[in-house]
Design a protein around this ligand. Sequence first.
Ligand code: AMP
Length: 201
Amino acid sequence: MSEGPGPTKAHDPVSAAPVRVAFVALGSNVGERFEHLHAAARGLAALPATTIVGCSSIFETAPMGAAKFNFLNAVIALKTVVAPLPMLDVLLQLERSRGRAREEKWGPRTLDLDLLAMYGDEGPLTVAHPRLTLPHPGIAARDFVLRPLMEIAPSLQVAGQRLDHHLATLPEGARTVRGRHGLPLLERAPFGVSVPLLEGG
Ligand code: AMP
């Protein structure tokens, strides 16, 4: 009796998708600010085939522009199979879930989430899509992004320069960080994510 073909493994789109490291910036300056950031972190950790691999301290940040109240800011690193545009949709959905309405630039916001950069085996992803720019063009100009990002990925480079170089050369008027809260956003997230240098942006 001839043996038939063995059971064929069904195509699994999740296990076939490339795993990448994504850096997400979180901010909140309205209402229960810690809870808004925690809710975002929980939402990200719950994504399919996604692990939080780095989590910064929480920074207290003076508002820019029209906003009146201080922000809390943090950065989280994820290993994920979620692709860039679906990740943007996740971030927008998480913002909406905390009651975020689209308002003026720099205005008050319950939750603001930005996808800073994504890294695959091929290095940093460059995306120029009407809805998504990667690496995020604002990284180098914002101390409230540079400071938390430096905690979890100190060797990253943006636009060919180290993060600490960008921080040191920021004009005084762009320095918004007023303090750092003691505990990282997610206390037990493992630190030290290892990624290639970011040359784009
Ligand atoms: P804002 O609320 O000011 O952060 O702007 C959000 C909008 O910026 C979103 O609707 C996105 O379409 C667009 N956008 C472009 N690139 C990015 C990015 N890297 N991360 C988050 N939003 C982005």
